[in-house]
Design a binder for this molecule. Sequence first.
Ligand SMILES: Cc1ncc(C[n+]2csc(CCOP(=O)(O)OP(=O)(O)O)c2C)c(N)n1
Ligand code: SF4
Length: 288
Amino acid sequence: MATFKEFRNSVKPNWCPGCGDFSIQAAIQRAAANVGLEPENLAVVSGIGCSGRISGYINAYGLHGIHGRALPIAQGVKMANRELTVIASGGDGDGFAIGMGHTVHAIRRNINITYIVMDNQIYGLTKGQTSPRSAEGFKTKSTPDGSIESTLSPLEIALSAGATFVAQSFSSDLKQLTTLIEEGMKHEGFSLINVFSPCVTFNKINTYDWFKENIVNLESIPEYDPSNRIQAMTKLMETGGMLTGLIYQDKSRKSYEDMVVGFHQEGISNQDIQISEADFSKLVAEFK
Ligand SMILES: Cc1ncc(C[n+]2csc(CCOP(=O)(O)OP(=O)(O)O)c2C)c(N)n1
Ligand code: SF4
């Protein structure tokens, strides 16, 4: 059985020292080992951003896609080979701005992918512009007088879109984050894990200390029931979306792959997809 070290490769991340993304990389590697995967069982698909580089830093199948399109690619990978455990990842800009349409539809499709958003509440790679996760009044080069748009609440949107697994964590809480990624990988459907991941270079407001002061950890609310969607929505609203832990899980709904009629268990590469001359001619005749 592979250890987390076997999910490391020789590429040195070029994230800034102190960037929250380092811990997310470590948590994915630990979770993959803890659920008993081998590197060849895992595919990591990412979008574009500092966070998007993660697919190159894990010893597994890796696909560095295009901005906002990690999920369409990851869904294609899963449909081509459902035996792979598929992780999609990227920044809050990637998933909640340009890619938000894909995020909502992947959620309602409930395809068996774990989507890890590295939420630094800013655009890091392009040097610090306001993202949909930035607070109102947030000043950056793109909003020098402060953002006048309201902040997006992606987890509330996820619950409304029919999500079956919604969790949130903080990059400093490696133990909680690793456990949630493991749970997400084991979940039979789409799992959304939003991770507060401070950008130490461009976001001087949402710092490690700021998150520590503002996070409400569900471990401090023992009576909380993650199978109750209304309670999940209420708690998210009450805490301004600052909840961490497993916020909601519905184990009753089938995953997309399980509902597609005739969908094969084995990957396309292992299937006999030859078509006989007679069947081919019959098919062509239908279009004449
Ligand atoms: C189609 C397209 N539009 C815009 C860009 C420019 N761009 C690259 S990364 C990025 C945003 C990065 O922010 P985020 O997704 O939050 O990731 P982070 O760098 O903060 O990890 C943008 C706007 C691009 N590469 N492609
Ligand atoms: S710019 Fe920000 S998000 Fe990008 S690597 Fe540096 S600290 Fe991380």
